[in-house]
Design a protein around this ligand. Structure first.
Ligand code: NAD
Ligand code: GLY
Length: 360
């Protein structure tokens, strides 16, 4: 087992990474404060891992709530099912919530923990690659609104993150690829060496070689933990994690939540940011081809939906609702080079229009 740490003073917490960690009661015991534990999961993950997860908390009074599965259920209505259970079963302020599932479950459970009785503890047990490399770390929690992704939420850090890499064995190939989009993102924004490693090892990751997966998860979590420690609430640096997300979130909302996976939106959206960075003179044609090649090999989409599915006006309208917008300006994460990202609202507006028109 490998242990990393998110350094946040007295709210610091460990990330445990290893095979077969689910079911290890001694590992999680110190991070459960009261006696009541509520495991939040969904209809897909429950038959696979709920019993094992319950064993992890066998020393406590464990209950569970099973939500419908899908990004289209990541909303306030579904969240109420968690509150119904917590309030109906008289959970008190010392309870601990456990998020057992992918990023949708993690974000919703974290938000329920942030809001229930103004804040209770929670533990992340991510079971998708995407949630293991990104969403379970850093304390961003929330739900979608029909007009915008993740628009309602809170920063609320978990007590610990337990990454059992064995859970990836049951994940669909399409979901594994979606997780790789966020892995590639770390290379692009700040870790050129890791980008090169990914170029050399992407097929090993797709084949689910345990050693390669463990390395990619550890390196991604370390990259994420480093930035979160410096900028927990996204005053600046943390916004770099949003490479491809302003475009990608527009794709997810515009096409209807659940049609495009989050990682697929990030992949196509990152390529839109790459194309725009090339128009700005920062990336070369060779850089663009290299980055496109890696997303392609990871079986991810490199083009956004066609104009007939989503025209420029719809794109711009949805992008204008992004959380990074300041005084009406759409701020984007762009690349100076592979491994060096920056956030800017200072670009010629026609270049954004040209990107939306040309990169299809
Ligand atoms: P997801 O949670 O929808 O999971 C993908 C699918 O895999 C679901 O059908 C799920 O039930 C299933 N699944 C989960 N674990 C499985 C397993 N071990 N075996 C088989 N099937 C399994 O999607 P995701 O890609 O994990 O997460 C995407 C979400 O994460 C988005 O809502 C996105 O906004 C959010 N996100 C949040 C952050 C953050 O910092 N909080 C960062 C990135 C993404
Ligand atoms: N995934 C974006 C962030 O955690 O900031």
């Amino acid at each position: 087992m490998k242990t990393l740490k998110v350094e946040l003073g007295d709210r610091s917490y460990p990330i445990f990474i290893g095979q077969g960690l689910m079911g290890n009661a001694n590992l999680v015991k110190p991070y459960v404060k009261g006696q009541q534990v509520l495991i939040v999961t969904n209809t897909t993950v429950a038959p696979l891992y709920l019993e094992k997860c319950k064993q992890t908390f066998a020393d406590f009074n464990v209950e569970s709530v099973v939500l419908p599965d899908g990004e289209e259920y990541k909303n306030l209505e579904t969240l109420n099912l968690v509150f119904d259970k917590l309030i109906g079963d008289r959970f008190d302020r010392s309870c601990t919530l456990v998020a057992l599932g992918g990023g949708v479950i993690g974000d919703m459970t974290g938000f329920a923990a942030a809001a229930f009785q103004r804040g209770v503890n929670f533990i992340q047990m991510p079971t998708t690659l995407l949630s293991q490399v990104d969403s379970s770390v850093g304390g961003k929690t929330g739900v979608n609104h029909p007009l915008g992704k993740n628009m309602i939420g809170a920063f609320h850090q978990p007590e610990c993150v337990v990454i059992d890499t064995e859970s990836l064995n049951t994940l669909e190939d399409r979901q594994l690829s979606a997780g790789l989009a966020e892995v590639i993102k770390y290379g692009l924004i700040q870790d050129p060496e890791f980008f090169e490693w990914l170029e050399a090892n992407i097929e090993r990751l797709l084949a689910r070689e345990p050693e390669a997966l463990a390395y990619a998860i550890e390196r991604s979590c370390q990259d994420k933990a480093d930035i979160v420690a410096k900028d927990e609430k996204e005053a600046g640096l943390r916004a770099l994690f949003n490479l491809g997300h302003t475009f990608g979130h527009a794709i997810e909302a515009g096409m209807g939540y659940g049609k495009w996976l989050h990682g697929e939106g990030v992949s196509a959206g990152s390529m839109q940011a790459v194309y725009m960075s090339k128009l700005l003179g920062d990336l070369t044609q060779a850089d663009e081809e290299r980055i496109q090649g890696l997303f392609d090999r990871a079986n991810l989409p490199v083009l956004p939906p066609s104009v007939s599915e989503m025209n420029n006006d719809k794109f711009l309208d949805l992008m204008a609702g992004d959380k990074k917008v300041q005084a009406g300006t759409i701020r984007l994460v762009l690349l100076k080079s592979i491994g060096q990202a920056y956030v800017t609202g200072d670009y010629p507006k026609e270049l954004l229009e040209k990107t939306l028109t040309d990169w299809r």
